[in-house]
Design a protein around this ligand. Structure first.
Ligand SMILES: [Zn+2]
Length: 152
């Protein structure tokens, strides 16, 4: 499996711009603490190579959406006629739900590869080219305010 596919989370929350993943990949201790605090995860446990990799943090390993997609043998919710099902309705974080909805819709329209390209471009800082994460307010590269287009 290539690296891109490991990051292609079934729920539509692309791992490449996940705060956990960015914090781990860039070894950003402050971000690990901030996210860990919000999501109830120990900063030291923020170790993840992507939803579909062999190194998935416990928070995501326990995810009902991920489990469902793996059991159904679908690449993601975008392939599922039951979307948005109870697993999405019951997703424990409201802030993530809107990204699940928009991400899955976009993936349906574009296909997986172009969806990943879109996600990456969307969260790349226009000023310095650094890749941010979904809820970032400031660019992790130049520290400037991120001006992202709203996701629908
Ligand atoms: Zn920047």
């Amino acid at each position: 499996m290539d690296n891109g596919k490991k990051l292609a989370a079934p729920c539509g929350l692309y791992c490449g711009v996940c705060g956990f993943y960015r914090a781990y990949k860039t070894n950003n201790q402050k971000l690990k603490e901030k996210l860990g605090n919000f999501y109830g995860v120990e900063p030291k446990d923020i170790i993840c190579e992507g939803c579909l990799s062999d190194v998935v943090m416990g928070f995501c390993r326990a995810c009902a959406v991920r489990t469902c997609a793996l059991e159904k043998g679908v690449e993601g919710c975008f392939e599922c006629s039951e979307f948005p099902c109870a697993h999405i309705e019951n997703y424990p974080f409201d802030v993530a739900k809107k990204y699940i909805m928009s991400g899955t819709k976009r993936r349906r329209e574009l296909g997986t590869e172009k969806w990943i390209t879109w996600e990456t471009a969307h969260y790349t800082c226009k000023e310095c080219g650094a890749l941010a994460f979904r809820e970032a307010k400031r660019c992790p590269g130049c520290r400037g305010e991120l001006k992202l287009e709203p996701v629908d």
